[in-house]
Design a binder for this molecule. Sequence first.
Ligand code: HEM
Length: 355
Amino acid sequence: MTVVNEADEVPLPQPVLGPLTRAAIFLVVTVKPEPENYEALRSFCGDIAGLIRAVEFRDIDAGLTCIAAFGSDVWDPLFGSPRPAELHPLREFRSGNRYALATPGDILFHIRAGRMDICFELATQIMEKIGDAVEVADEVQGFRYFEDRDLIGFVDGTENPRGSLALESALVGDEDAPFAGGSYVLVQKYLHDMKAWNALSTEAQERIIGRKKLSDIELDDSVKPTNAHSALTVIEENGKEVKILRDNMPFGQPGRGEFGTYFIGYCRTPRITELMLENMFVGRPPGNYDRLLDFSRAVTGGLFFAPSATFLEGAADAQPASEASSTPAVASDQPSSSVRDTSLGIGSLRGERNE
Ligand code: HEM
C-alpha cells in the first residue's frame, strides 16, 4: 500500500527526532492471530494521532509524543504491499556467553514526555483501544537519571547526532521512496550486574565505555582500547561516520535487585544498528568484543519500522496481503525524498541534499 496524502504532499515523520525526555514507556505487543484483529489495528492506526492529541492537550507543556513501529511478521497482514525494503526479523548474534536475542513483538509504542503520568495515561488509552486484539510482550517504564546518566553511572547520549545530521541518520529518504520519512528502530532490554560492575575501579569502567565517568570526556585515542563500547559502535562507510539516534532510558526495581538500560536506536537502515550489535557481541575483529557485555545482558530484542505519520493516517484504507494482489496499489506521485520535520523544524531531507 502506498498512502498519498493529497492535502499534504510530503510525508510527515512520526516524532522520531523528538527531544530526550524525563520519562518514557516502551510497550511491545504481539497481535492475536484472528483476522478481525488486523482490521481493528488498521483502523486504530488511522486514529492514533487523534488519541495522542487528546492526551497531549491535557498538559501541552509535558511534550507528550508517541511513535508506533511494526515488526516484520506483522507488516504484510496489516498493511499489505509494498513493505519497507529492509524490514526483517532482528538478526541474532551469539558468541561465547554473549547473546543478542530476538524476542516476540509485533508493535512497539515508544511513548515520551516530561512526566510519567501523561505517558501512563496514553499507554492506558492505547491498551483500552487495542487490548482485545493484542497480547503484551513487554512493558518498561524508563526514567531520566542524574545528569542523563545510565544506571552504570555514565552519561548516555552524548554522541547522538543533532540537527540535520539527526534527520539524515534516522529517516529513510529516497532510497525507499514509498517509505520516506520512516525509520528502523531496534530495541533491547539490558539488565546489569551492578555488584560486579561496582567492584571495578573507575578507571577500568572508563576503559570499557571509552569516556571519563565524571566529566564524560572521551578517552584519548592513545589510551582508548579498540574494544571500548564507544569504539566498537563507531561505524564508518566510505570514509564517513554513519550514526544512529539513541534515546536509552534507565529502568529498574531496586527492591528486586533489577537495574537496567532500555536501549532504543533509530536509523534509516537497520544494517548499521545490527553491525554495531555484531561488533559488540562478536567483536571487531571477532573476539575483540564489548566488555560491557560481561556486566550487562540483553533479555529482549526486536527490530521494527516506524512509518511516517502520513502513512499511518492512511492505514485504515490499507489492503492486507491476501487482498492486495487483486487490487493495484495507489501510486504515489509525490517527490518522496522530501521529508518534513516538525520536531526540530530543520527542513526536509531533499532540502538538506540540495543545499
Ligand atoms: C547496556 C546497554 C548500553 C549502555 C549502558 C550504553 C551506554 C553508552 C554510553 C555510556 C555511551 C557513551 C556516551 C554517548 O555517546 O552516548 C554510549 C555510546 C554509544 N552507544 Fe551505547 N550503550 C548500550 C548499548 C548500546 C547498543 C546495543 C548500541 C548499538 C546497537 C549502542 C550504540 C552506541 C553508540 C552508537 C554510541 C556512540 C559512540 C560514539 O559515537 O562515540 N549502545 N553507550
